[in-house]
Design a protein around this ligand. Structure first.
Ligand code: CAA
Length: 386
């Protein structure tokens, strides 16, 4: 399998690297410390087309491949993992419209999302429905020419700054995952408000809030697809989202590796640089080997998406492997830095905290294993190829 990048993919990577090093890296530590969402930088990313990268040109997007998207996201994550999750969720938010929206909805919302005029978020999780979104309870009652929404969503990435919300709500009370529907909600809709803003361990420059819907009236034309399709729409969006989180984890791991090599070359103990000790070399070797594997898994899932092949299993494999690796790499990078790594003055301290979320959101590692195993077990042709 060859992963020679095209000229365009290489250009996207370099352009994003340059942007991230200039616009994100210098302020990343301060924004983390003060929990500041970089709204102005996010707006610039929107204007550069980074928030709707895979939206086709006819809807105002960059029409980029999923491979280009992964490369760009890795570069953003390398400099600021918080902004990488913002970018990932903004791109994820274009998927329901792109795949299930009608022409009017696409013209009204998708074009503006793609060009950075609007920021989108994705509202699935509820206080009692995390890994099991099929049990979610927020209600969308059909009232004739509108839906009436009541309930609360939690852990919503950049919900406070989003102009439109991709909302998954229950239209059929007794039908489990079949009773869910997807809606576009505009932030100025009466009855919609922002609740608690979460104070997180890591990814502190990303915004995570509660969304409250209190007798919120949504016009009928804001239903995506048809009633009952909400779970499928959410799962389809999450397939792509998981490639994004895998890319974020790859970016974090690369940052861990670079920081480790730099520090190991400088730090002297027992009269030598610590890079000359085999214990340190092995940690570096493990990180680098994992990085190569995670990167290939992620690009392979993205390439399947580009080729319009099924990629649910591959996205879960990439997300599982890359996010677990990011956690291990952050642990090793901090170990290499010793006591200094435990201080806020060093980037690895932030990477350690930021990596932790990757194996939890957009489906925990346990959920990814479930998705992988279910897909393998239902594939009747498995093992019959040779
Ligand atoms: N694509 C399309 N359809 C899919 C699908 C997919 N990837 N996965 C499942 N479906 C369909 C199934 O085919 C099935 O349809 P039929 O009944 O017509 O056959 C239907 O959906 C129900 O599927 P399951 O029975 O497999 O559903 P389940 O209730 O057992 O759940 C699950 C499966 C994989 C555990 C799923 O619930 C899941 O992914 N859970 C994790 C949720 C998650 O990732 N949340 C993240 C929140 S968003 C976030 O974190 C963003 C952020 O801000 C960072």
């Amino acid at each position: 399998m060859s992963f020679q990048l095209t000229e365009e993919q290489e250009m996207v990577r370099l352009m994003t690297r340059d942007f991230a090093r200039k616009e994100l890296e210098p302020e990343a530590a301060r924004r983390d410390k003060e929990a500041i969402f970089p709204l102005e930088v996010v707006k610039k990313m929107g204007q550069l087309g980074l928030l709707g990268m895979m939206v086709p040109v006819e809807y105002g997007g960059a029409g980029a491949s999923a491979v280009s998207y992964c490369l760009a996201l890795q570069e953003i994550a390398y400099s600021c993992a918080s902004t990488a999750v913002t970018m990932s969720v903004a791109n994820l938010s274009t998927e329901p419209l792109l795949k299930f929206g009608n022409e009017d909805q696409k013209m009204k919302y998708l074009c503006k999302l793609a060009q950075g005029e609007l920021l989108g978020c994705f509202a699935l999780t509820e206080p009692a429905a995390g890994s099991d979104p099929g049990s979610l309870s927020i209600r969308a009652e059909d009232k004739g020419n509108y839906y009436l929404i009541n309930g609360t969503k939690v852990f919503i990435t950049h919900g406070q700054y989003a102009d439109i919300i991709n909302l998954i709500a229950r239209t059929g009370p007794d039908k489990g995952s079949k009773g869910l529907s997807a809606f576009i909600v505009e932030k100025d809709t009466p009855g919609f408000s922002i609740g608690t803003r979460e104070d997180k361990m890591g990814l502190r420059a990303s915004n995570t809030v509660e969304l409250i819907f209190d007798d919120c009236r949504i016009p009928k034309e804001n239903l995506l697809g048809k009633e009952g399709l909400g779970f499928k729409i959410a799962m389809t969006a999450l397939d792509s989202g998981r490639i994004g989180i895998a890319s974020q984890a790859v970016g974090i791991t690369r940052a861990c590796l670079d920081e480790s090599i730099k520090y190991a070359r400088e730090r002297k103990q027992f009269g030598k640089t610590i890079s000359s000790f085999q214990a340190i070399q092995w940690m570096i070797a493990d990180m680098a080997t994992g990085l190569e594997a995670a990167s290939l898994l992620t690009l392979s899932a993205a390439r399947k998406k580009d080729r319009k092949m099924p990629f649910t299993k591959e996205a879960s494999m990439a997300k599982l492997f890359a996010s677990e690796l990011a956690n291990k790499s952050a642990y090793l990078a901090l170990q290499i830095h010793g006591g200094y790594g435990y201080l806020k003055d060093f980037k690895v301290e932030r990477l350690y905290r930021d990596a932790r979320a990757a194996s939890i959101y957009e489906g925990t590692s346990e959920i990814q294993r479930l998705v992988i195993a279910r897909n393998l077990l239902k594939d009747q042709s498995y093992g019959l190829y040779d």
